[in-house]
Design a protein around this ligand. Structure first.
Ligand SMILES: [Mg+2]
Length: 135
């Protein structure tokens, strides 16, 4: 599993949702967060982060730059090809998940979620990337 010092970039256009994700992450023992309001803001903060981001948890539906567009920008950037990227999706967006998989998403979480549901997804994500880095 990701260690508790993992730098997590939380991206959501809704403050309440960012708080909720952060709270769930805190419940799981994480302490280090950077927040962004859309994909554009997130891409900038990703590059400017004083300590490198190690995990992205991003909403899908956002103005300016959606989670999917942000994912594509991240994966197109050689520095972030292997960066764990988890998308938060609403049930209604499930049919679009294929596009996210094709764009290289690490995993996705369906809203609403519990801290335990998030833990499971993060564990899967960690294993997936640990495996990829070991190969
Ligand atoms: Mg949103």
């Amino acid at each position: 599993m990701f260690n508790s010092e993992t730098q997590i970039l939380i991206v959501d256009d809704m403050l309440t949702m960012r708080k909720l994700v952060k709270k769930a992450c805190k419940t799981l023992g994480f302490n280090n967060f950077i927040e962004a309001v859309d994909g554009q803001d997130a891409y900038q903060k990703l590059q400017e982060a004083p300590i490198p981001v190690q995990l992205i948890i991003s909403d899908w539906n956002m103005p300016n730059c959606s989670g999917l567009d942000f994912l594509k920008r991240v994966r197109a950037d050689g520095r972030y090809k292997e960066l764990p990227f988890v998308l938060l999706t609403a049930e209604a967006e499930m049919h679009q998940v294929k596009a996210a998989v094709e764009a290289g998403v690490s995993n996705y979480v369906i809203k609403p979620f519990t801290p335990d549901g998030l833990r499971q997804k993060l564990e899967q994500t960690y294993v997936k990337h640990a495996g990829a880095n070991a190969a």
